[in-house]
Design a protein around this ligand. Sequence first.
Ligand code: DC
Length: 206
Amino acid sequence: MIIAVDGPTASGKGTISKQLAAHFGLPHLDTGLLYRAVGRQVQLNGTDPDSEADAVAATSFPDSLLEDPELRSEAGGSLASRVSVHPGVRKALFERQRAFAQQDGGAVLDGRDIGTVICPDADVKLFVTASLDARTDRRFAEMQGQGRDVTREEVLEQVRRRDERDMERKDAPLVAAPDAFILDTTTLDKAAAIAAAINVVTTATR
Ligand code: DC
């Protein structure tokens, strides 16, 4: 069984995907991490994330880079979003994601274009979303918890900018597949969102 999970930043798709994978006993790939690794490799190379050639050169990052804690930072997410607009980068990461999805028994993948481009044939597609305000509150609380010196307005602007770049790029923009189940987590806590996602998958694959 292949489960595709897409959605904007701070929608809860990462948590939901991890829990779906645990519940259904499937391996999980956080595809955003691949784009984050490309962004980080560009930075380590001292090259330009907005240059397609520089970003494509960084797609041959070593696997060990996926463990770099810098990848999880807000700056890492923003760099990932910048390199992800280049078609050459998306093409270079395509096979790796496809191969993961097509392993025996299936998998859960989360990202922005899983249901539309990477696994258009997925058994279940979830599009996890939440209002801009709710996502800002979550990201702000997370950053405050990490002791980061940031205002809610700054976080709102970061989330808004990331949405804009991810949704407006020409190649594989963030959009719900026509056959995706939309899970709006605005008013749901973590446990309720996970339960709703498990219910969608169970019902869809019965
Ligand atoms: O899911 P994330 O926040 O870790 O993703 C970081 C960035 O990577 C996101 O802003 C856009 C890009 N991305 C993408 O273009 N396609 C994916 N399947 C996953 C992530």
